[in-house]
Design a protein around this ligand. Sequence first.
Ligand code: NAD
Ligand code: MN
Length: 362
Amino acid sequence: KQHFKLAVIPGDGIGKEVINEGIRVLEFLSTQSNSKFTFETDYFPWGCEYYLENGKMMADDGLEKIEDHDAIYFGAVGFPGVPDHISLWGLRIAICQNFDQWANIRPVEFLPGVKSKLNHPEKEKLNWVLIRENTEGEYSGIGGRNFTGRGARKEVAVQSSLFTEEGCERVIRYAFETALKRDRKKVTSVTKSNAQQYGMVLWDEVFARVSKEYPDVETDQWLVDAMAANFVLRPEELEVVVASNLLADILSDLGSALAGSLGIAASANLNPDRRFPSMFEAVHGSAPDIAGEGIANPIGAIGSAALMLEHLGLKEEAVLVNQAIKDATQSGFLTADIGGNTSTKEMTDSILQQLSNIYEKA
Ligand code: NAD
Ligand code: MN
């Protein structure tokens, strides 16, 4: 049996609630008689409460503490009282950048029984995956604020994007490799290279060069504003969509909302070189507006646990979890955000019930 050591960072708000549900699913799988794995967890209480007590989002040696784990399972960060740029940079982005998690994988899935916002004849056949560049681009952290000599209300701030040829190439190549594994082999690149004439033009050039190495993969390139419209108007054209850090972040919330809710979207922050641990987290944030009510949708977090299983070599288990999620929504178990009144815990209960049904049949 394989044994995994997971670093668990619940974070803030509903992050704490949904993480428990993902762990319940992992526990169920690992305790089945034919299970191929066992796991242990180390919990790290980092986040906004930790910040208010300690003046930092994680321990000074936080990265070292989690570096030797097989994977990181992450809730969400951000809570009123701590500026969002502090909570995000102090924990989530710090981990992504320091562990070189350069590929953020965000599948868009349409679940049976979930009312989609999209008016499309074959919704349940739709699914695509967003590949987000995750270490540079618009989230380079390069910039500054200028207080000098301009007078009151004349402050200037500069926020620079960083595009490196290596950074573009590795994530674009990852998108092509992903496309090769899908039925329809197609990669769509999204930029705003008409307005952003340096970094995004470099991106476009790298895309053109790399695409020549994949003659069997269909390609197209879009500007992000037109692509936002395509998400709604022609979603059947989407397969693998690769974009910069900011653009893909925005498009992934749009994709999950079209599929029904931000609460169902899963993601993997991968260090494909496997020099560092990868991190798995739902796409959504800490949702302070519903935190503590026990109504958050755990599907995004549970789907992220499935992506973690896949990354750890447990592909079959990952497929089963995704199947159980679909069986649960199909049989009418829906949290409030997707049109029902199932609680967070009951949603997981129904997924576990479907999992045991699958195991009994096997
Ligand atoms: P959000 O994703 O937290 O919430 C947006 C809306 O979607 C809210 O109305 C919320 O109730 C709903 N929602 C989100 N997840 C849900 C779920 N699982 N079930 C049911 N409803 C759900 O985004 P926001 O409101 O823009 O940000 C809130 C905080 O989260 C901010 O502090 C922000 O910085 C932070 N944030 C963190 C991450 C992260 O940790 N990766 C990502 C995005 C936002
Ligand atoms: Mn986001």
